[in-house]
Design a protein around this ligand. Structure first.
Ligand code: HEM
Length: 389
């Protein structure tokens, strides 16, 4: 098997993952200096263990952004923290996201897609994949068109500080971006907070966040603002990957004929060619799985995309079959850190792709993929699989 981090950007990483599932479902890999969890049982056990955390115990915030606005945001994200406080705040975040209407987000995404296509010329894939979903989430947060466009640009800079190998330059621009994003989103949180009683606090994602916080007797505002920035950062790469991978799947599979078929198609892309291929955990305490023992301080690379193709949980896992009955899907994680944005992400990706198809776009003009003969290239990222279109 090639290095499982380099696999993220291979034209077809799946034979390599299948070999790991079959022969090394949970094993130490010196090439990545981490334990690698590949089959569904190992991935479930790792994501479900309290001994394994989302950040190294000694470095809760990456050293290069400590003391900056980016560090403050990072340190308050439910995605980047563990424990009882995280679970309370996660409840607040999930309640707020759960109250948004995916159909409304889809309408915004379709409008944004039509506007992006209206300029004519080449299909602006980058804009459709990255900027449109970010602008939709910014719009759900109550920002106007200018504010949403600015937020979409800034979030692209903020996410650069998240990979372990971020350069000092990337960390500096992420810090500036975090400050800008707090300025954009802060007034919405303050207004909703000042409005007091639930109905007066208004509609939208930020008002929902403030309402959910009040229901949970959560009083600190800074973590609410940080997690509002988190809505944008969690959307950015992952939804871009889902849109890109769906477009590539359309070059190989029959085009869905109805809205219901199209949604099933997008959901099968989520499983079959996961936009987020892996995540990481760091042992705070010893963790055992079978005969293996992970010592405190060691890392685990969790191959979500490999577990999606484990034949023990999904029959005939390499076939692309929309409408599978109760498939086991790990792309949105599992257990304490499971993604609360799944329905929103699928609704946005579905709307962008559907609007593009309705405009007469022919997927046959794309390089044939995934796994076709023509080489598709992917962005050089360690966990998000995003084709360059
Ligand atoms: C295709 C798109 C998406 C994918 C594949 C995805 C995937 C994931 C995964 C794998 C995790 C867990 C990471 C881990 O446990 O290490 C996660 C967490 C999270 N996602 Fe998503 N996500 C997507 C879109 C979104 C969207 C649109 C939102 C909200 C607007 C969102 C909000 C979150 C949040 C708040 C967390 C942190 C949850 C926690 O740590 O408790 N995601 N996502």
């Amino acid at each position: 098997m090639t290095n499982p981090i380099e696999a993220v950007r291979l034209a077809d990483p799946y034979p390599g993952y299948a070999a790991l599932v079959a022969t090394r479902p949970f094993a130490y890999d010196p090439a990545v200096n981490a334990w690698v969890a590949a089959d569904a049982a190992a991935v479930r056990a790792v994501l479900g263990s309290a001994a394994l955390r989302v950040r190294p115990v000694a470095e809760p915030v990456p050293a290069g952004i400590v003391g900056t606005a980016a560090g403050e945001v990072f340190g308050d994200l439910v995605r980047m923290t563990d424990g009882d406080l995280q679970q309370r705040l996660k409840g607040v975040v999930a309640q707020a996201l759960g109250s948004t209407d995916p159909a409304y987000a889809a309408r915004l995404a379709a409008e944004q897609t039509r506007a992006a296509l209206a300029t004519g010329g080449e299909v602006p894939f980058e804009e459709l994949m990255f900027a449109v979903p970010a602008r939709v989430v910014a719009g759900l947060c109550g920002l106007d068109a200018d504010g949403s466009a600015q937020a979409a640009r800034l979030i692209g800079e903020f996410v650069q500080c998240i990979p372990a190998l971020a350069t000092p330059e990337q960390q500096r621009s992420a810090a500036l971006a975090a400050a800008g994003l707090r300025e954009l989103l802060g007034p919405g949180i303050e207004d909703a907070g000042a409005a007091g009683a639930a109905e007066e606090a208004g509609t939208g994602l930020l008002a929902a966040l403030v309402r959910a916080a009040r229901d949970a007797s959560w009083t600190r505002t800074a973590p609410l603002l940080a997690n509002a920035v988190g809505f944008l950062s969690q959307t950015y790469d992952a939804t871009a990957g889902l849109i890109g991978n769906t477009l590539l799947a359309l070059t190989r599979q029959e085009t869905p004929k109805s809205p219901a078929e199209r949604e099933a198609f997008v959901r099968e892309v989520v499983r079959h060619d996961a936009p987020i291929q892996n995540t990481r955990r760091f042992a705070a305490e010893p963790f055992r799985h079978g005969d293996a023992e992970v010592a405190p301080g060691e890392q685990v690379l969790v191959l979500l995309a490999a577990a999606n193709r484990d034949p023990a949980v999904n029959p005939d896992p390499h076939s692309f079959r929309p409408g599978r009955e109760a498939p086991a899907v790990f792309t949105f994680g599992a257990a304490a850190h499971r993604c609360p944005g799944e329905n929103l992400a699928v609704a946005m990706a579905d709307a962008v792709v559907g609007t593009l198809l309705d405009s007469g776009f022919d997927p046959a003009c794309l390089p044939s993929g995934p796994f076709g003969p023509a080489e598709v290239t992917y962005r050089p990222l360690a966990n998000a699989r995003i084709p360059v279109l």
